[in-house]
Design a protein around this ligand. Structure first.
Ligand SMILES: Cc1cc2nc3c(=O)[nH]c(=O)nc-3n(C[C@H](O)[C@H](O)[C@H](O)COP(=O)(O)OP(=O)(O)OC[C@H]3O[C@@H](n4cnc5c(N)ncnc54)[C@H](O)[C@@H]3O)c2cc1C
Length: 454
């Protein structure tokens, strides 16, 4: 069901409030790529759901981080993610927020570019569509509400603590889906975690910005060698900080630029994160001036916006019932409990900003056990922080994959009531059948046919 206009206003005014001591079947921590899908899919299946989001809107890194190109829908010509993520994408396209999928050369100005399919989109339109999805599905929502703790009782998490400008709330849950990217509930509930130790290598952060009055076609017409020469010149002059000149077109003449890059800071350390935002904005100022002066197509550009949150690629991950590895990604290991397909690319950022980019030869399977752990039976971790090695994380963290995982998490959470909220007891077949019926999880046979036809 799609509601529009005044319906949206009515639904917003009737939004079920989330108050202290309220009890929900499912509380979703974070309404980003994965959490939005988890909340909406669980609510569509009849669960009583609340989503708690620290920023003012939904969509996560794709909206507040302005990372405005969806990767992970396609592996080559094979579409491996359907269901609710594809519905989201189609609704953004229908609203004029994107022209649709296109062939693209990722990291074109670097030494190792990669050909793939992407969907560039306007993050502001994605915010509108995300609101519609939330309101239509009947999810209860809190924004500007930051989860700061979890109440653990035995092997369960029974409530989350939420900081708001009106004070602290404690919201009770039969089951929690942690879609915060930083595993905030999992950490507070004492689930086993892994991340880079202090001083160890971690993937760099990037602050994305939007320019208006850009002749994107002129920029795109440059050869790879021309782009690379200008990138290296900018780096040598201290005006560019990375050789990736990523540009996503928006509308007639706007360009969303993913060009900043900073290493060595830990996003979970509040002082490091603060430094990162300052350094990120300094970089944006330098890059903007350089592009305007030097890059064909950018002479008349204006700085139209800077993402409200720096993009974080790596913080911590769950050590769950299964640890997904690079080998699983590359060899497409089959799993009896697979609940989502990743497409890649495997995209690992080394300390000096160098990229290791690799497209798996086929979509790879992600088992439900990457979202669960023995220590906290009613907790799921979805999205960027699932149980995976650093390299495998580089392949599963793209937004379409995060969304596919989120839809699967929503299905699992919605069925958990029948299994006393022990998520590890829910037979994967129930989830797989539900996802297949929602056109979310193509079968292997379906994929083989699609690849053969493609
Ligand atoms: C710089 C950069 C470039 C990238 N490039 C691409 C790309 O080109 N294409 C692509 O598809 N993917 C890209 N990615 C990857 C992708 O954007 C993320 O990995 C993906 O968004 C992860 O989804 P998620 O749902 O796990 O997290 P997010 O989308 O980040 O969502 C997490 C949500 O949780 C909220 N949250 C966090 N903490 C709390 C808390 N304590 N309480 C309440 N809410 C909280 C956040 O505000 C956010 O809304 C990029 C990532 C980065 C950082």
């Amino acid at each position: 069901m799609v509601v529009r206009g005044s319906d949206i206003l009515q639904r917003a005014s009737r939004l079920t409030p989330v108050r202290s001591s309220d009890h929900f079947d499912v509380v979703v921590a974070g309404g980003g790529a994965s959490g939005l899908m988890a909340a909406v899919s669980a609510a569509r299946l009849g669960a009583r759901v609340a989503v708690v989001e620290s920023s003012g809107c939904f969509g996560g890194t794709g909206t507040t981080g302005m990372v405005a190109q969806w990767l992970g829908f396609y592996n080559g010509e094979t579409c491996a993610v359907g269901g609710l993520p594809m519905e989201f994408a189609e609704r953004v396209i229908a609203r004029g927020g994107s022209k649709g999928f296109e062939n693209y050369v990722l990291a074109e100005a670097t030494a190792r570019p990669l050909h793939l399919k992407r969907l560039p989109f306007n993050p502001e339109i994605a915010k509108l569509v995300a609101d519609e999805l939330v309101l239509e599905s009947g999810v209860s929502a809190l924004v500007h509400a930051r989860i700061s703790g979890a109440r653990r009782e035995g092997d369960r998490v029974s409530a989350v603590q939420v900081e708001t400008s009106g004070g602290r709330l404690e919201v009770e849950a039969s089951c929690v889906v942690d879609a915060s990217g930083d595993a905030v509930v999992a950490r507070h509930a004492g689930a086993p975690m892994k991340g880079p130790a202090p001083g160890e290598q971690r993937m760099g952060m990037s602050l994305v910005f939007r320019l208006s009055h850009v002749d994107v076609a002129r920029f795109r017409a440059l050869t790879r060698q021309e782009k690379r020469a200008i990138a290296l010149e900018g780096i040598a002059g201290g005006e560019l900080f990375w050789d990736v000149l990523s540009v996503s077109p928006v509308g007639q003449s706007d360009a969303i630029c993913l060009m900043s890059h900073l290493d060595g800071l830990d996003s979970l350390d509040p002082n490091d994160l603060t430094k990162a935002e300052f350094i990120g904005r300094y970089q944006v100022g330098r890059i903007y001036a350089f592009l305007k002066r030097r890059m064909p197509g950018f002479a008349t550009c204006e700085l139209a916006g800077i993402a409200s949150h720096i993009g974080v690629r790596e913080s911590v991950r769950l050590v769950g019932d299964y640890w997904l590895t690079e080998q699983d990604v590359i060899e497409a290991t089959p799993f009896a409990d697979s609940i989502a397909l990743g497409c890649g690319p495997l995209d690992v950022h080394e300390e000096d900003g160098k990229l290791r980019l690799l497209m798996p030869s086929q979509p790879f399977e992600i088992p439900v056990r990457t979202m669960t752990c023995a220590q906290v039976k009613n907790l799921l971790v979805t999205g960027r922080a699932i149980s995976a090695s650093r390299e495998a994380n580089g392949a599963i963290r793209h937004q379409a994959t995060a969304m596919a995982l989120g839809q699967a998490a929503g299905h699992l959470a919605a069925h958990a009531a029948d299994f006393e909220w022990d998520l590890r007891s829910v037979p994967p077949k129930i989830i797989q059948d539900g996802l297949a019926a929602a056109r979310a999880l193509p079968s292997r046979a379906h994929l083989s046919a699609a690849t053969a036809a493609g």
